[in-house]
Design a protein around this ligand. Structure first.
Ligand SMILES: *Cc1c(COP(=O)(O)O)cnc(C)c1O
Length: 367
């Protein structure tokens, strides 16, 4: 009996990141999908008009879809993607969502609730029993919104258990996969129906582009979401999409390096006398230390760093940090002294030296 021949057409994620969404290997084809600037196309084809389709979007969508194991749609921003998914909830429907989801998502839910479009129940997404109870308690619940890890508390959800319970109740499951990226977590394979991305973050990866995406594995949901994109017009620019695809080509290399840096910094910070607690889920490149000196100490840290940039957003090659509670919209259950570190791909010793010098200056605050 001979072993079955190995499947040499099966490609691994790093290879998919580099190869998917390229023009065919034919003479005179460019290696990269060109930036197609077009508001209209010669009639009777598949595209017709710029709001309905674009070859540069298609290249990005093919690459991201291949990485997530589904079909992707590009959007103008992560929030354009997120609110398009929320649009699937019928009038008066319910959404169960993490109380520590991205603050923009929580604000969008509050806005829709205020306008009586839907109602939202916010839960601790790490407490599986509580999430299931919240879904059971709302007979109009139509959507379970998962973010894992959450931004910025870094809690983890049990996606397979939650998806199974939701499906039993006829509830659709969406996962915001921005923090994990498809290289660390593929929600469709864990039972989710819809994946949402802020491609602004790790996928584009260079803090120079705003883009979002949705990935699904069901044709009907895909066409419903594309229908919303066609009508609302939350479409990305071809240049932005091209930049995001260019970023995606190196996602695996950037993430490996940033993650190794993050793990090392999380270890060192845990031993620092100015730090109360370090939140790090064990993968990814976001680390959230909570300072003993609370808000004032966290503000001083943001002020005293020189290599780290005090800035919101995350997922770029450069290391940034911010005290999340400086935003009024951030959940009151996030500690005042929590600083979200978006660890970049610099030399980890330089990153540590800078944090260490800034932390040395704030030790007196806690005395
Ligand atoms: C930034 C972010 C978003 C929103 O994405 P934009 O591209 O800024 O619209 C959504 N979810 C998470 C987890 C984010 O970090």
């Amino acid at each position: 009996m001979s072993e079955p021949a190995p499947d040499r057409t099966h490609r691994r994620p790093a290879t998919i990141a580099v190869t998917a969404g390229r023009p065919a290997h034919e003479p005179d084809q460019p290696l990269n999908a060109p930036i197609t600037m077009a508001s209209t196309y010669v009639a009777t084809g598949d595209l017709e008009y710029g709001r309905y389709g674009n070859p540069t979007w298609a290249a990005f969508e093919e690459a991201l879809g291949a990485l997530e194991g589904g079909r992707a749609l590009a959007f103008a921003s992560g929030m354009a993607a997120a609110t398009t998914v929320l649009d699937l909830v019928g009038l008066g429907g319910g959404v169960v969502a993490p109380r520590h989801a991205y603050s923009g998502t929580v604000m969008a839910l509050a806005d829709l609730e205020m306008r009586e479009r839907l109602h939202a129940t916010l839960v601790d997404i790490a407490d599986t029993d509580a999430v299931i109870a919240a879904m059971q308690a709302d007979e109009d619940c139509a959507l379970l919104w998962i973010e894992s890890p959450t931004n910025p508390a870094l809690e983890l959800a049990d996606i397979p258990a939650l998806a199974a319970a939701a499906h039993e109740l006829g509830i659709r499951v969406v996962v915001d996969n921005t923090f994990a990226t498809p290289l660390r977590q593929q929600p469709l394979s864990l039972g989710a129906d819809i994946v949402v991305h802020s491609a602004t973050k790790y996928i584009a990866g260079h803090s120079d582009v705003q883009l979002g995406a949705i990935v699904v594995d069901d044709e009907e949901v895909l066409s419903a979401l594309k229908g919303r994109r066609d009508l609302v017009g939350a479409i990305p620019g071809p240049f932005e999409t091209w930049l995001a695809l260019r970023g995606l080509r190196t996602l695996h290399v950037r993430l490996d390096r940033a993650e190794a840096n993050a793990a090392e910094l999380a270890r060192r910070l845990a031993d620092h006398p100015a730090i109360e607690e370090v939140r790090y889920p064990g993968f990814g490149a976001i680390v959230a230390p909570v300072l003993k000196g609370g808000g004032p100490a966290a503000d001083l840290l943001a002020h005293d760093v020189r290599l780290w940039v005090h800035a919101t957003s995350l997922g770029g090659v450069e290391s940034t940090l911010e005290r999340r509670r400086r935003w009024k919209a951030e959940a009151a259950t996030i500690p005042e002294g929590l600083v979200r570190l978006s660890v970049g791909i610099e030399d980890v010793e330089d990153l540590w030296d800078d944090l260490d010098q800034a932390l040395a200056g704030i030790a007196p605050v806690r005395a």
